[in-house]
Design a protein around this ligand. Structure first.
Ligand code: VGL
Ligand code: ZN
Length: 203
């Protein structure tokens, strides 16, 4: 277990029922994640953390609605309702998540002009967050991923983890999806093709 870390993605108020970008049953991940947190020694949390003028917010574009796709310099970007604004209540971890057990919190998406779904790279897929360096220094070789949302930040993080050479596993009962236009099935397939293990029980 010394070489394995639990990577808990974006278990924040805005992705839970009542939040600005609520994922259906998003709060149901808290209990299984807390159980896994008790079993792991290395724990990293991510926190979606946007300035209010963030490029991923539909409200910052003319004639744009949430969940539309636009093309930016770095590629396609889905527009979202304003969410996880730095230091607001919506950006806080769910109150029942055992966040105190984590040694490391990675904030992502904090630059106004670029989004970051993945815990490893911003959405240009080249700007690093620094997480890879941290994990390498700690000798971590395998990652167990869980959190919100399965088909966005969890999948992008898992795909980058696999690309970087980590053994990666996604624990589905500890994830919930947004599922826009078949995105969940598509990302499960992408992850499977990348050699990522998709597990139906908690670890
Ligand atoms: C996420 C959309 C926008 C996520 C974050 O955590 O999956 N999705 N920002
Ligand atoms: Zn976001």
């Amino acid at each position: 277990m010394k070489e394995t870390a639990l990577l808990v993605i974006d278990v924040q108020n805005d992705f839970c029922p009542g939040g600005a970008l609520a994922v259906e049953h998003g709060d149901q991940v808290v209990e299984p994640i807390n159980t896994m947190i008790d079993r792991f020694e290395n724990i990293v949390l991510t926190q979606d953390w946007h300035p209010s003028d963030h490029i991923s917010f539909a409200s910052n574009h003319n004639n744009a609605a949430p969940f539309e796709m636009i093309t930016l310099e770095y590629g396609e970007q889905t527009l979202w309702p304003d969410h996880c604004v730095a230091a607001d209540k919506g950006a806080e971890f769910h109150k029942d998540l055992n966040s105190h057990a984590a040694q490391m919190v990675v904030r992502k998406g904090f630059r106004s002009q670029i989004d970051s779904y993945s815990a490893f790279f911003e959405n240009d897929q080249t700007t690093p967050t620094g997480l890879h360096g941290y994990l390498q220094e700690r000798g971590i070789k395998a990652l167990i991923l869980c959190g919100l949302a399965t088909d966005y930040c969890v999948a992008w993080s898992a795909l980058d983890a696999a690309k970087l050479g980590y053994k990666a596993k996604v624990v589905l009962p500890a994830c919930r999806a947004i599922d826009l236009a078949g995105s969940l099935a598509a990302q499960i397939e992408n992850m499977t093709n990348a050699g990522i293990e998709i597990q139906d029980t908690i670890t």
